[in-house]
Structure formats: C-alpha cells, structure tokens
Design a protein around this ligand. Structure first.
Ligand SMILES: O=C(O)c1ccccc1NCC(=O)[C@H](O)[C@H](O)COP(=O)(O)O
Length: 411
C-alpha cells in the first residue's frame, strides 16, 4: 500500500498535496488545521480514502467518503470551492480512479501516447531499468527532468500555501483572448501576434547578446503585438520570473503568457503571482487529467491556458477535453526539433471543422520567419501566431514585426 503511495508521489500536479499531509489524516482536516487553501488537496482528497484505507480499517473507522470534500466547512470559501470541486464528473472520473489505483504517472502518460517521461528515480526500479532510465531521450525530456529539480528547490524555499496567497494578492489578470481578438480586428483579419521575449534556445543557443526584456517588450507592444510570451525557464532559455515581473511592472499593457514547462500547479500560482495572464500547458508532457485539473486552476485564477500540441494524437486528446479555449500548434518536431510551418496547415486540414465547431482559437507556434509563412498559416485558419527567434534576432525586434507581416501592424 505504502509502496503504491510512494509510486504515485512521482511528480504530477498532485504531488505537492501529497507531501503536505500525513497519511493518517484526511486532506480536508489537514487543510482546516493548517489553513491551507483546500485547492492543493482537491484531487488528493479523492485519493486519500484509498491511500489510507488500511490505516482507517485498523482504527475501525471507515475511509472518508468523497462527499466529505463537498460538505466540509473547510472547503467553504476556499480555492477548492472556486475550482468547482463539487463537479461529480471530474472527481469521480475513471481517470481519477485510475490514478488512485497507484499507477505511475509514466504508465498513465504512455497509455495516452505521451513520449516525454518524468525522471525515473533510482530507488524505484518499477519506474525504469538500465540506461533507459538515466538518460533523457530528447531535449524536451531533458528540460522536463531539469524542471523537476528546479521546481523541488523552489518549492522548498516557497511552499505552495505561500505561493497561493501571493497569487491572490497579484494585480488582476488581463484578458488574453480579448487582446488577440481586438488585434485581429484592428489589422483586418491578419493573425494577432504573440511576440516572444526569448534570449536563447536549447537548439540555437544564444539568440541575442544585448538582451533587455523590458526594452524588447516595449518595442513589441509599440509595433502592434497583441500579447507577449515571456520565457521563464532559466537553464535552457536563459529566461526568468524576474523578467516576467519586470515586464509586468514596466507599464507594458499587453497580456503576458508565462512560457515555461509546467508540470505542477505550483508553477501556475507562481506565474500568476509574478503577473502572468496566461500559461502554457504542453500536451506532450501532461496527461489528460493534469491538463483538466490545471485548466480548472487557471480558470479559478482568471488566467488563460494556451494548450500546446505537436501532432494529431495530441490534438485529438485535447479536443476531447472540455474547457480548452486556445490550442497552440507547435511547428517544432519533437523528434528532430526542426521547424516546419506546414505542421499547422496539416493539422488544421484534418481537424479544422471540429476546431471551428468548438470555437477554439488556434495559434501557430515556432519557425515563422516570412510574410509567406504568416499568410500560409492565416489561410489555414489560425487566429494568432507565436514568434520568437525571427524577431528577437533582428537588430530592432520591434521593427522586425512589419518585416514578418509584410506591413506595419496597428497598435
Ligand atoms: O526554441 C527551441 O529551440 C525549443 C526547443 C525545445 C523545446 C521548446 C523550444 N521552444 C519553445 C517554443 O515554443 C518557442 O520558443 C516558441 O514557439 C517560439 O518559437 P520560434 O519563433 O521558433 O523562436
């Protein structure tokens, strides 16, 4: 039983909640005792009964019922309440039950076709054997493994409870989708621009020597960008949350996307606390249940989620999830990390109808360099483009916008 529980502790968005409670107490009781917003316990509250069943039986007590979550006084007025945790469908879903049954996140992810694994821990042979478990299979997997280490250090310094409180004190979020819609209307239907403040890439290395995030952000805004994407990953992109915060406090009005590799809800609250209006959720990294839960957290914070897909399988998965409002189609192959803008067109040719029917906004991401690239994804039906390298590598990243679109954008 305990081995299973340990197994489940492998990083997922539920991770933090497990570590905050003792196995002997119900999550809601613990929340009440510690005055921790119950959001951090919400999925776990459904898993505690199975995890603690043996202990409860030994005491002659019955495992806490799922319903306890809904009627607990501790939940009243809490973030859990705002997440809409009373939704039977979510908390009783087969995915939650599957997760409760003790499967590792890697096996759940693999069953969904996810190729990016979480880091296998040496003490748990069931998570992988031999060389396979010690070496990341590609750049994205390496980034995710490094993110796990970075995140555990950050969480040790600033526990979830403090991050949640800090997010609640942040200035209100700006409307990411409205900004994209308005820019499109202003520019006669041209895709809106999400301009990326990007200093380096793990594939291309340093993109810009004299990197001043605020200057670049101001130049983007002045030249018609609708929203900005701020890379916050330090190790592989030389980004930072300080960059996000300084841009937010600089007077720039564009809504801000925190561009990072989210594997835990802690990061969403942290991004909000630093002024983000939207976060990126990567389907190649996150199982469906994490995406669903994280969408709820975003909604509770008034943030938007840009849900990123690379291929048809990921797109199919995301189209089955309620509440996805913006899908980003990344033109960077997960196999070779080469970019090919035709990826957007190919996926929209096959799935454009259902995307339109569901009124989902599509963003084409990566590898857009010329007016021809922009026109091509526009014809395929995208509402916006997310562009970093081709702007940030120009001497004047603001003026580079007119070069990319073949005309000046209205601001
Ligand atoms: O940019 C990379 O080299 C990269 C490598 C591995 C994983 C992700 C990567 N980029 C993240 C992004 O999504 C891009 O920064 C963004 O789409 C802008 O792309 P581009 O216009 O090609 O700089």
């Amino acid at each position: 039983m305990e081995a299973k529980a340990d197994h489940r502790r492998q990083s997922s968005c539920f991770h933090s909640a497990v570590l905050l409670t003792s196995p002997m107490e119900s999550s809601i009781l613990a929340a009440a005792r510690a005055s921790v917003p119950a959001t951090v316990f919400s999925p776990l509250s459904t898993s505690f009964p199975s995890r603690t069943a043996a202990a409860h039986r030994a005491d002659g007590a019955r495992p806490a019922a799922r319903g306890a979550v809904r009627c607990s006084a501790a939940a009243q007025g809490s973030v859990l309440h705002r997440l809409g945790s009373a939704d039977e469908t979510f908390f009783n879903s087969s995915e939650v039950i599957q997760w409760e049954s003790g499967k590792s996140i890697n096996s759940i992810a693999a069953a969904q076709g996810i190729r990016i694994r979480r880091r296998c821990r040496p003490r748990y042979p069931s998570e992988g054997v031999g060389v396979d478990r010690a070496i990341p299979r590609n750049v994205l997997e390496q980034i995710v493994w490094d993110k796990e280490v970075d995140l555990s250090q950050r969480k040790a310094k600033m526990p979830l409870q403090r991050v949640v409180e800090s997010a609640e004190r942040a200035p209100p979020p700006r409307d990411f989708v409205a900004a994209l819609d308005a820019a499109r209307r202003r520019n006669g239907g041209l895709p809106a621009l999400i301009a990326e403040v990007k200093k380096a890439s793990p594939i291309k290395g340093l993109l810009r020597e004299d990197f001043n995030p605020v200057e670049i952000a101001r130049a983007y805004e002045k030249n018609g960008a609708a929203c900005l994407s701020i890379l916050t990953d330090e190790k592989h992109f030389l980004g930072s949350f300080e960059n996000l915060e300084t841009v937010r406090n600089s007077g720039v009005k564009c809504p801000l996307l925190c561009k990072d590799f989210v594997i835990d809800v802690w990061q969403i609250y942290y991004a909000r606390s630093k002024g983000a209006d939207a976060v990126l959720l990567i389907a190649a990294v996150l199982p469906d249940l994490d995406i669903k839960y994280m969408l709820r957290v975003c909604r509770s914070l008034g943030m938007m989620a840009l849900v990123e897909v690379h291929d048809e399988r990921e797109l199919d998965r995301m189209l089955k999830i309620d509440g996805v409002q913006i899908i980003g189609i990344n033109n960077r192959s997960l196999g070779t990390f080469e970019v090919d803008a035709a990826n957007t067109n190919m996926l929209l040719e096959k799935h454009g109808d259902i995307i339109r029917k569901k009124r989902i906004m599509v963003v084409s991401e990566s590898g857009l360099f010329t007016p021809h690239d922009v026109a091509s994804v526009q014809n395929a039906g995208v509402s916006a483009v997310l562009v970093g390298e081709s702007l940030v590598t120009q001497e004047d990243p603001g003026r580079a916008i007119a070069g990319l679109f073949g005309k000046e954008l209205l601001h």
